[in-house]
Design a protein around this ligand. Structure first.
Ligand code: HEM
Ligand code: HEM
Length: 130
């Protein structure tokens, strides 16, 4: 049951993050792109954190080992990259060296999204869907 919450939250999180990053990549002509990018990605990160808690709880109640297997490690790395990215996103709004912070934000953001999609593929193959 908990794993279904994990799966659903992660799928919705990935859709929010895909939309948020897509707007930053292709929708910058829109005046509101940064607001949309910020809101979609903040929501996406919240869902990702909630989904992570569900994965942790599922492992805890089923008596398994935490961080056992490729999906778990990939997922934990993806979540850490997303946390770094969101921190840099907010920080870049008021940092003195905005350009440098944004350059790192762009790359950590791209890597986070790729890691999340990879984790989803590994997760779906674990439950026999892929
Ligand atoms: C369709 C998507 C996904 C499916 C089907 C899926 C499935 C699973 C399954 C079956 C487990 C093992 C749970 C257990 O042993 O009780 C797990 C654990 C885990 N998943 Fe996912 N997952 C998905 C997406 C994600 C994503 C996107 C992330 C992170 C970005 C993620 C992060 C984790 C982590 C960190 C664990 C390990 C928790 C722990 O060891 O305490 N998963 N997932
Ligand atoms: C996990 C959440 C986030 C991810 C994955 C993410 C990802 C990205 C990516 C990939 C880009 C570059 C797009 C391109 O290729 O041109 C970008 C740009 C940007 N993001 Fe985010 N972002 C996130 C959250 C945020 C937040 C919360 C803010 C602001 C509070 C923010 C502010 C910015 C800004 C200002 C840029 C433009 C940087 C530049 O081109 O110099 N981001 N983001």
């Amino acid at each position: 049951m908990l794993i279904l919450f994990h799966l659903s939250l992660m799928m919705i999180a990935a859709l929010c993050l895909l939309a948020g990053v897509g707007i930053a990549m292709f929708g910058r002509k829109k005046r509101t792109w940064l607001k949309m990018h910020k809101n979609l990605n903040t929501a996406g990160f919240g869902l990702l954190a909630a989904g992570g808690a569900m994965a942790f709880a599922n492992v805890a109640v089923s008596g398994g080992d935490h961080l056992a297997g490729l999906h778990s490690w990939f997922g934990a790395a993806a979540a850490a990259l997303a946390a770094l990215t969101i921190f840099l996103g907010y920080y870049s709004l008021r940092a003195a060296n905005k350009q440098a912070v944004r350059a790192v934000h762009r790359w950590s953001g791209r890597l986070a999204l790729i890691a999340i999609l990879g984790t989803i593929a590994l997760g779906l193959s674990m439950i026999g869907i892929l």
